[in-house]
Design a protein around this ligand. Structure first.
Ligand code: NOJ
Length: 421
């Protein structure tokens, strides 16, 4: 990872968000944490993390961690030693269902002779965020990493960590509870002890209407309405307009098209079509606020093909196709024993580096333009059908979201072409 930091810096990004790095049985790709205060052996040691943070800092990059506060691994020592940190019930108390198994979210624990809650896999027991001790543990965890120089956290299942205290029926009592904001207010106080203040970004897997409230105490709120939309003007533009209309002063929106839980945008949005993928990059990188690129987006990397015997993920359908390695070279020899197969190296870093016509150089060019935008406002401008025009950063962005040649104020736009004027 340290060796690849110069590549990230050369892209022109500001920060790198790591997927979970902690010791974990990896039932859920590290989202089942067995120790929040250490690094998984596969990745190295705490000293390696420190060195990574220091190298990144020298290159002008911040390192962000993926923090998983909703649940731990059932192998976390707390599950044995501090059972009061978790959510228990003598009977199955409600109709809550596990996202992974589809069955009841309650699992019988033979040792305690009680049921514990797991929104995700049975090996991921949910923490009880009504417990003051749990809150204090996480204050310590945050300080531990902020002290080491971590400049931001992506908060896993941010909308779901506090459950209804009475465990009432209904999904609305398992997730998106109003009390969750108290936790983030508290974390803002912890973050404010540091200068610069680390960024709190929520994985807010909620509808657009529900998303706005999370801006109260989170710096960044991930926009899942956007990522889940079809790549069509009629779907995306209203989402952007509504998001901007609700944005409180001092907050920034946050856009992305791919992550480790969703088919990569080169596949899902573009269906492998390079021009459509470039249009998606154009949009994400010219909208105001914060843009997140997932590894390989900058190359047009599509989902990998993972044969059934190599599937690791417990979700159905498995998320492995979007988790395959990033090809650095055409031969792929840099990956000796990757966690998932590397089946297609056609779009790779080495092959695109320095090629002015490549998606990689297109992405770099957009990031350079983006850095020159003068403000973070957004205004939809009148345009022809299928063309999205907006004022942004003192410039005008126009994007043709059709398969036909289109026009905008004398400009001729090729199918899917974006222009900053
Ligand atoms: C969201 C993460 O992004 C996903 O990968 C994980 O399976 C669940 N949260 C549970 O932690």
């Amino acid at each position: 990872m340290r060796a690849r930091l110069p590549y990230l810096a050369s892209l022109g990004v500001d920060a790198v968000w790591l997927s979970p790095i902690h010791p974990s049985p990896n039932v859920d790709w590290g989202y089942d944490v067995a120790d929040y205060l250490d690094v998984h052996d596969d990745y190295g040691s705490l000293a390696d993390a420190d060195a990574l943070i220091a190298d990144a800092r020298r290159l002008g990059l911040d390192v962000w961690l993926d923090l998983v506060p909703n649940h731990t691994s059932d192998r976390h020592p707390w599950f044995a030693d501090r059972p009061e940190y978790y959510v228990w019930s003598d009977q199955v108390p409600n109709d809550w269902r596990s996202i992974f198994t589809g069955g009841s979210a309650w699992n019988w624990d033979a040792r305690r002779k009680r049921y514990y809650l797991h929104q995700f896999a049975p090996q991921q027991p949910d923490l009880d965020w009504w417990s003051p001790d749990v809150r204090e543990e996480f204050d310590r965890i945050l300080r531990f990493w902020f002290d080491r120089g971590i400049r931001g956290v992506r908060i896993d299942v941010a909308h779901g960590i506090v459950k209804d205290r009475e465990l009432r029926d209904g999904i609305e009592h398992m997730r998106n509870r109003p009390e969750v904001h108290d936790v983030f207010a508290r974390w803002q106080r912890v973050a404010s002890e540091y200068d610069p203040k680390p960024t709190l970004m929520g994985e807010t897997y909620v509808s657009l209407d529900q998303m706005y409230g999370y801006w109260r105490h989170l710096d960044l709120v991930q926009n899942f309405a956007f990522v889940r939309a079809e790549f069509e003007l009629e779907e995306l533009r209203p989402i952007v307009e509504q998001t901007m209309a609700h944005l409180p002063p001092g907050r920034r929106p946050c856009w992305f098209g791919s992550n480790h839980d969703h088919s990569r945008m080169a596949t899902r949005w573009a269906g492998g079509d390079e021009a459509v993928h470039r249009a998606a990059l154009f949009l994400i990188l010219t909208l105001p606020g914060v843009a997140i690129l997932y590894q390989g987006d900058e190359l047009g990397l599509e989902d990998g093909v993972v044969p059934p015997e190599r599937i690791l993920d417990l979700a159905d359908p498995p998320r492995d196709p979007e988790r395959t390695p990033l090809p650095w070279t055409r031969s792929g020899e840099e990956w000796r024993d990757p966690w998932l197969p590397l089946d297609n190296t056609e779009r790779n870093v080495e092959g695109q580096e320095g090629d002015a016509d490549s998606i990689l150089e297109y992405t770099r060019g957009l990031l350079r333009e983006r850095a020159r935008f003068t403000d973070d406002g957004y205004r939809t401008l009148p345009s022809a059908t299928g063309v999205w025009a907006y004022a942004r950063g003192g410039r005008t962005c126009v994007l043709n979201l059709t398969e036909d040649v289109a026009g905008h104020e004398g400009l001729v736009l090729q199918p899917w072409e974006g222009r900053i004027i």
